[in-house]
Design a protein around this ligand. Structure first.
Ligand SMILES: *[C@@H]1O[C@H](CO)[C@@H](O)[C@H](O)[C@H]1NC(C)=O
Ligand SMILES: *[C@@H]1O[C@H](CO)[C@@H](O)[C@H](O)[C@H]1NC(C)=O
Ligand SMILES: *[C@@H]1O[C@H](CO)[C@@H](O)[C@H](O)[C@H]1NC(C)=O
Ligand SMILES: *[C@@H]1O[C@H](CO)[C@@H](O)[C@H](O)[C@H]1NC(C)=O
Ligand SMILES: *[C@@H]1O[C@H](CO)[C@@H](O)[C@H](O)[C@H]1NC(C)=O
Ligand SMILES: *[C@@H]1O[C@H](CO)[C@@H](O)[C@H](O)[C@H]1NC(C)=O
Ligand SMILES: *[C@@H]1O[C@H](CO)[C@@H](O)[C@H](O)[C@H]1NC(C)=O
Ligand SMILES: *[C@@H]1O[C@H](CO)[C@@H](O)[C@H](O)[C@H]1NC(C)=O
Ligand SMILES: *[C@@H]1O[C@H](CO)[C@@H](O)[C@H](O)[C@H]1NC(C)=O
Length: 394
């Protein structure tokens, strides 16, 4: 009896280990941690087909180095023990994961090189973020972050090369001290105030700068052109004033320049049209004045060009066609916008010889409705009449 029982339990044991290890060489504790986070483990988490996890190739068990939690359910909770088990992770991403943040075990926070939190973890603080002391890449977006400003975060994480803290209700000012290794900075969609510090322009490795949709004021620093590596920049939707600094002409690789929705003034500089790589140029909604210095071949080369809503800016109609629909007035012979500003082009030609107003389409539907109403009520009236008639004549 006993041997039979033993062999039976052994068989069960074999079966159970088979079913959990046949598919993966992942460290069993990490597999358990993944399950506690509701990550589907039906497919081998270490298979290249599993697109939310990446494993290393250590033996006998592989370890997780990257984990992406997307669209997780609200009942997932982060436990210290499962997070500690996961401290081989170098990359951790939360995307649409409304779980409550917990302080990470220090094994995990010191292991992470890349951290992403988009619309996840409810809300974060600077104290929480700076525990990620070794990250090279930090992305936090659409999550409220309470902090006295971005400086405390940027100065505490020494190895940062890429930082995004956007749409995070972040208050304070743009930092004045920066790590020289930064290549990517996105602080867009916050409540940052004050000027753009000229120390920012010392970041000679910076490829991408986005400070759009804040409350920055003052002028664009004259040294802006020291950002020689810059390719994409947006300073849009702030309250910047003054003119576009001449030094920008030195940034030879600039592809994307967005200065829209500010209070910039002066003339639009002609040197912009000599920037060979430019594909996107937005100068709309500012206070630029004078004659737009661009020719049609430059404008057509751009993928996006916006210059509308600059009421003192105009274009030379002998060099640029009104068909370009620039959203600014043509210039008179003194280089001033012809008054009144942009004519409503659609009406200028085709209604000229005929004074009778064109059939008004917007009245069509209401006429139809009126007709249907009349039709319906006459039918109802007829039915009532028939019923009455049939009653009275019985
Ligand atoms: C992962 O791959 C599956 C198909 O293998 C796909 O349906 C799913 O959208 C992918 N998820 C991500 C985040 O790419
Ligand atoms: C997550 O949810 C969004 C919106 O509901 C959906 O578009 C997306 O495909 C989902 N992604 C994954 C990997 O399930
Ligand atoms: C900057 O990056 C280089 C190489 O990528 C590295 O050697 C150096 O330590 C980094 N410096 C800082 C201050 O992080
Ligand atoms: C910029 O805004 C601050 C308040 O945030 C104000 O004190 C300062 O005068 C403004 N500077 C300029 C140049 O408008
Ligand atoms: C800057 O950020 C805004 C909002 O976050 C985004 O819409 C825009 O495309 C970004 N611009 C650049 C140049 O990255
Ligand atoms: C940089 O700008 C170009 C042109 O507008 C755009 O296609 C590209 O996606 C931008 N890159 C980033 C990282 O925003
Ligand atoms: C631009 O505006 C500033 C005030 O914001 C003013 O001092 C300056 O004279 C203006 N420049 C031009 C060229 O109109
Ligand atoms: C248009 O302007 C660009 C840049 O200033 C210049 O290189 C080019 O020769 C001009 N083209 C014509 C047809 O004038
Ligand atoms: C418009 O261009 C023509 C031809 O290049 C030039 O003669 C004229 O002075 C320009 N007008 C203005 C207002 O700049």
């Amino acid at each position: 009896m006993a041997p039979l029982f033993l062999s039976f339990t052994f068989l069960l044991f074999l079966l159970s280990t088979k079913s959990s290890s046949q598919s993966t060489n992942l460290d069993p504790n990490q597999l358990k941690a993944l399950r506690s986070l509701s990550v589907p483990t039906g497919k081998d988490p270490c298979s290249p087909l599993h697109n939310s996890t990446i494993c290393d190739s250590s033996t006998p068990f592989h370890h997780l180095i990257s984990l992406k939690l997307i669209n997780c359910s609200t009942d997932v909770t982060l436990s210290q023990s499962s997070l500690k088990t996961l401290s081989t992770l170098q990359d951790l991403q939360f995307i649409n994961c409304p779980v409550s943040p917990v302080h990470f075990p220090s094994e995990l926070s010191s292991s992470l090189q890349s951290f992403t939190c988009i619309n996840s973890l409810k809300k974060l603080t600077s104290v929480w973020l700076i525990q990620l002391r070794n990250v090279v890449s930090l992305t936090v977006s659409h999550v409220p972050v309470s902090a006295s400003g971005p400086s405390i975060i940027l100065n505490s994480i020494k190895n940062l090369q890429s930082v995004t803290i956007s749409h995070a209700n972040l208050k304070g000012v743009v930092p004045t001290k920066w790590h020289m290794n930064l290549t990517y900075v996105d602080l867009s969609g916050n409540q940052l105030k004050g000027k753009i510090p000229s120390s920012l322009t010392e970041l000679e490795n910076l490829l991408h700068l986005n400070l759009s949709s804040n409350s920055l004021n003052g002028t664009i620093p004259n040294s802006f052109g020291n950002l020689l590596s810059l390719r994409n920049v947006s300073l849009a939707s702030n309250a910047l004033s003054g003119s576009i600094p001449k030094s920008i002409s030195a940034i030879s690789g600039l592809v994307h320049l967005d200065l829209g929705s500010n209070q910039l003034n002066g003339t639009v500089p002609k040197f912009i049209s000599d920037m060979k790589g430019l594909k996107y140029l937005n100068l709309e909604r500012n206070n630029f004045e004078g004659v737009l210095p661009f020719n049609a071949s430059f404008i057509k080369k751009l993928v996006v060009f916006k210059v509308g809503e600059n009421s003192n800016l105009c274009y030379n109609h002998s060099t640029l066609s009104s068909k370009l629909k620039l959203g600014i007035a043509a210039c008179d012979k003194h280089g001033l916008p012809v008054s009144p500003p942009p004519p409503k082009e659609d009406f200028s030609d085709d209604t000229a010889e005929d004074d009778t107003p064109p059939p008004k389409h917007e009245h069509g539907p209401s006429r139809v409705v009126f007709g249907v109403a009349i039709g319906l009520s006459s039918i109802v009236f007829l039915i009532i009449l028939l019923v009455l008639l049939s009653k009275c004549c019985k």
